[in-house]
Design a protein around this ligand. Structure first.
Ligand code: G2I
Length: 483
């Protein structure tokens, strides 16, 4: 149930995540010449990546021409999903005539920001051109396979995952009738997954649905389908939980346990389209409830090792799908219509382990309850310093502490001295920092208080250096010197 490992990612994906972090760091680095500039807060994706997960957003034309919007999209997120431009009505509006320009624009944007792409979606009853809906039953399978083959081949090697089948269930857990179901029965799902695997052997293949986030008839139906496909050896890698929530309907039941049971089938799980709408107008009470929902979703994903990441369904209320579909509802996203961060953003930031910046690091962070000294520890301190002029710059430090003893550490304090000329500029993530002169004390937060025997935990902070950059020479964990 621990979330700190990136076990669910392939080496290639981990590399992409790291590249994404590096690129995002470059994007938020203080500008040369502004000697008083503070390093920016870590982005949501940086925080998530430190826990082996991505944090992403849907996007699409036409908002890609809004430069204020794309600046945040490019810097804050490590993953993007095209909201519309890879759907059937866009990619194959006329039989066997394919159009990839819009989808390509999203892939190229992702590449320019070192973001991974969740491709969406190959087989869906909605946004389906009328030529498909009116096909004779005997031609549907060939048309579906051709569509999947052409589209997934076009994007092969360029996308992290595909929502191969979208929204196959009714609310009561019966299969939704669609042109595909009518022609092939529920077997269309396995057929679609096999065609997608043949066309793109590297993309993670998903089935994606809404109102399956918590337990219930629809989630049970998805679970039974997933078990049966796995048992038959059908190429299914993950289940997407859309997460279109509304504060007036309550938070999904047992979300973490629900995600975990799918993970226990040997599948990745992902929150793919998160938003939390409310009946307008917004007010502080509704914002607070909404923040709790976002926190709960992040916590559920963090608690499930195979939850690979979270995607919000666009990041700003300016481009949300909600008001046009649910009259009188909206304000569903963490950034408002003016691209200003809302309380929901802060809730996500904190849930991912971010520390809300204050003017200076608190000299007395919360101390852990009776830290137990380990008998052995190892510290890897990796910093990426940059230079902003002669002998001055900033750096981001990531620290991984491994408990090399045979017993868990329950509550921890890591102490080290920053080399002279260095300061913390941001109170960091995944730990509480106290600074006195050059002495730094990092203490655990509640969720990472335990370091299992032979286990590790990671945290970090941003800083400034002058003179020449070097890393701290020595570390103690609960007053024991680490190697
Ligand atoms: O409905 C929210 C999402 C539910 N899960 C599947 C997702 O694919 C779906 O996304 C939404 C898009 O965000 C909307 O942007 O799917 C809608 C259609 O079902 C999209 O709306 C459509 C409008 O209905 C069209 O009128 C419009 O031409 O967006 C199109 C492009 O702007």
């Amino acid at each position: 149930m621990s979330s700190s490992s990136a076990g669910a990612f392939s080496t290639r994906t981990r590399l992409i995540l790291i590249m994404g972090v590096t690129a995002a760091l470059a994007a938020v680095s203080p500008i040369a010449g502004l000697s008083t500039a503070r390093a920016a807060d870590p982005t949501l994706h940086q925080l998530a990546a430190a826990k082996g997960k991505y944090f992403g957003s849907a996007t699409d034309n036409p908002e890609l021409t809004d430069t204020a919007y794309t600046a945040i999209l490019g810097s804050e997120f490590g993953q993007i999903t095209p909201g519309n431009s890879m759907k059937w009505d866009t990619t194959e509006p006329t039989r066997n005539t394919f159009a990839f320009t819009k989808g390509d624009a999203v892939v190229s944007l992702a590449k320019s920001h070192n973001q991974i792409v969740r491709a969406h979606t190959l087989v869906w009853h909605n946004q389906l051109p009328s030529w498909v809906s009116s096909l004779p039953t005997t031609e549907v399978q060939a048309a579906m396979e051709n569509h999947i083959t052409q589209v997934a081949t076009h994007y092969a090697g360029q996308v992290y995952a595909w929502d191969v089948v979208n929204e196959p269930f009714n609310e009561d857990g019966t299969f939704r009738t669609s042109v595909f179901y009518n022609a092939m029965g529920s077997g269309y799902i396995a057929t679609a997954l096999r065609a997608a695997r043949a066309a793109d052997p590297t993309a993670k293949l998903y089935i994606n649905d809404y109102n399956t986030d918590g337990t219930g008839a629809k989630a049970d139906a998805m679970y039974n389908l997933a078990s049966s496909l796995k048992a038959q050896g059908v190429p299914l890698d993950g289940i997407g939980f859309q997460g279109h929530l509304a504060i007036q309907y309550g938070f999904p039941t047992n979300m973490q346990a629900n995600l975990q049971r799918f993970a226990d089938l040997g599948l990745d799980v992902a929150i793919t389209e998160l938003d939390v709408r409310m009946i307008l107008p917004r007010d502080a009470t509704k914002d607070a409830t909404q923040s709790t929902y976002y926190t709960n979703v992040v916590n559920a994903c963090l608690a499930v090792n195979r939850c690979v990441g979270i995607t919000i369904w666009d990041y700003t209320d300016k481009y949300s799908w909600v008001p046009s579909v649910f009259s009188g509802q909206g304000a569903a996203l963490p950034w408002d219509e003016n691209l200003a961060k809302k309380p929901a953003y802060t809730a996500i930031f904190k849930a991912l382990g971010g520390i809300v910046s204050t003017s200076s690091p608190s000299p007395s962070g919360p101390s852990p309850s009776t830290p137990a000294p380990p008998t052995g520890c190892k510290v890897v301190y990796s910093a990426s310093p940059w230079t902003e002029g002669t002998g001055v710059g900033g750096f981001t430090a990531n620290i991984t502490v491994t408990n090399t003893s045979a017993t868990p550490v329950s509550g921890w304090t890591l102490r080290f001295s920053l080399p002279s000329g260095q300061t913390l500029t941001q109170s960091g993530w995944n730990a509480t920092y106290a600074v006195s002169g050059q002495a730094v004390t990092a203490t655990n937060l509640s969720y990472n208080a335990t370091i299992p025997a032979n286990g590790s935990t990671s945290f970090g902070f941003n800083g400034r250096w002058s003179g020449s950059y070097s890393s701290p020479a020595a570390f103690t964990l609960n007053n024991v010197t680490c190697s």
